[in-house]
Design a protein around this ligand. Structure first.
Ligand code: ADP
Ligand code: MG
Length: 381
């Protein structure tokens, strides 16, 4: 947290109580894309990019927020959707979910800052929800588990923001562990942590800087298409709970549903395969699964975009071991798994040809796998 923010906080709100400092990380997901709302297995990890907040109780019924990124203030006494200040809905949504659980949240002042690129598939939205949920639990001493904080964040995004996201992002951001990825069953919330031995390989991210915006994108449509496929299948197989339980694609779905279900069934197979490759330390093969996953996301689930597909093809041309789009899609970041030392060699040319073709600046992020949401300091000033 920039030191200036402490001064800014006092300027905006005055010090009325103890000021607390919390932060929540971004996340990557190695495999299991667009299956966390279909009961699938996912393999995410928290990374060291953060949404950070300073918070105090203001001893009133007002909620007052200040966004450093947007340079915008906001004040309300009512928990209602804000059409023109979307960023406030993630916070108001979380407060509203606490209230639904009969946890009364009194007035708060919150300053929000951070370095997670927004709308880039690294889940800045879930980081914001989880950091606010965690702060509320700590400040009001609510008996709420980290799992519940994740569920509160997801409900806030589903109900208040309007994005029908799954549970993965909030779950890993609340429960991340340093140097470990999480294998999460999104149907049961059973989880195991795993350390990936990457040997001479590394993960890194390429931001296409094509901005997605999940809430007004096709994201919710994908969910509806999957729900309609599930409904048809359940008519014939009533015991089926989730699309992810399927091992074969039924032959009576329409063309769109068939494509979506083919992605889901394929992703299940790819997940098993990649887990095996990681176990055997076959990193080259593990990486190649990422290309397969991308192909499916682009052609079957249809959530990629021209810029990202172009980058993936360029990476293949220069023999990068594996890469795929991550997150909701329609832009944002690519996750790369490649031999160490290659990144430096390929990036300059890639940046240049991307700029020439799309007039967009490509960014590269290296990262560490980090802890989930944390309290950094209490009673600061
Ligand atoms: P992603 O979660 O992939 O970053 P989303 O579109 O789901 O993309 O969420 C991005 C939105 O989350 C932003 O448009 C903004 O409303 C909110 N947000 C994220 N980080 C911050 C922040 N540091 N300050 C204010 N709002 C933020
Ligand atoms: Mg998001």
């Amino acid at each position: 947290m920039d030191k200036k923010n402490f001064i800014l906080f006092e300027e905006k709100f005055s010090k009325l109580d103890e000021i607390h400092y919390f932060k929540a990380p971004a996340r990557i997901n190695i495999i299991g894309e667009h299956v966390d709302y279909l009961g699938g297995l996912v393999l995410p990890a928290a990374i060291d990019f953060y949404v950070e907040i300073l918070v105090q109780k203001n001893h009133s019924n007002k909620f007052r927020f200040y966004s450093v990124q947007y340079k915008e203030e906001f004040e309300t006494i009512e928990l209602i959707h804000q059409k023109n200040k979307q960023w406030t809905n993630y916070i108001l949504g979380v407060i509203s979910e606490f209230e639904k659980l009969n946890h009364k949240v009194s007035g708060l002042d919150i300053l929000i800052d951070g370095n997670i690129p927004q709308g880039s598939g690294l889940s800045s939205s879930a980081a914001l929800e989880v950091v606010v949920g965690f702060a509320i639990k700590e400040i009001f001493n609510f008996n709420v588990s980290l799992e519940k904080i994740a569920l509160i964040g997801q409900s806030a995004e589903n109900n208040f923001v309007g994005t029908k996201c799954g549970i993965m992002d909030q779950y890993i951001i609340a429960n991340g562990k340093k140097d470990k990825c999480l294998l999460l069953n999104t149907a049961t919330l059973e989880k195991t942590y795993h350390e990936l031995e990457l040997e001479n390989f590394e993960f890194y991210l390429i931001n296409s800087n094509v901005k997605h915006s999940l809430h007004d994108s096709d994201y919710n449509l994908r969910r509806e298409e999957c729900e309609s496929a599930l409904k048809k299948i359940k008519d014939k197989q009533p015991t089926l709970q989730n699309l992810y339980e399927l091992d074969e694609v039924p032959d009576y779905l329409n063309e769109t549903e068939t494509k979506r279900v083919r992605h889901v069934v394929g992703e299940k197979k790819r997940t098993q395969a990649i887990l095996g490759y990681f176990r055997n330390k076959s990193l080259e093969q593990a990486a190649s699964i990422l290309y397969e996953a991308h192909d499916s996301l682009s052609n079957l689930f249809e959530v990629s975009c021209g810029e990202i597909d172009f980058l993936i093809e360029e990476l293949k041309k220069v023999n990068v071991s594996g890469a795929r789009m991550i997150g909701g899609g329609f832009g944002g970041c690519i996750l790369v798994l490649d031999q160490k030392g290659n990144k430096e060699k390929i990036i300059k040319d890639l940046k240049q040809c991307y700029l020439e073709k799309f007039s967009l600046v490509l960014e590269i992020y290296s990262f560490q796998i980090s802890e989930g949401v944390t309290k950094v300091l209490q009673g600061l000033i």
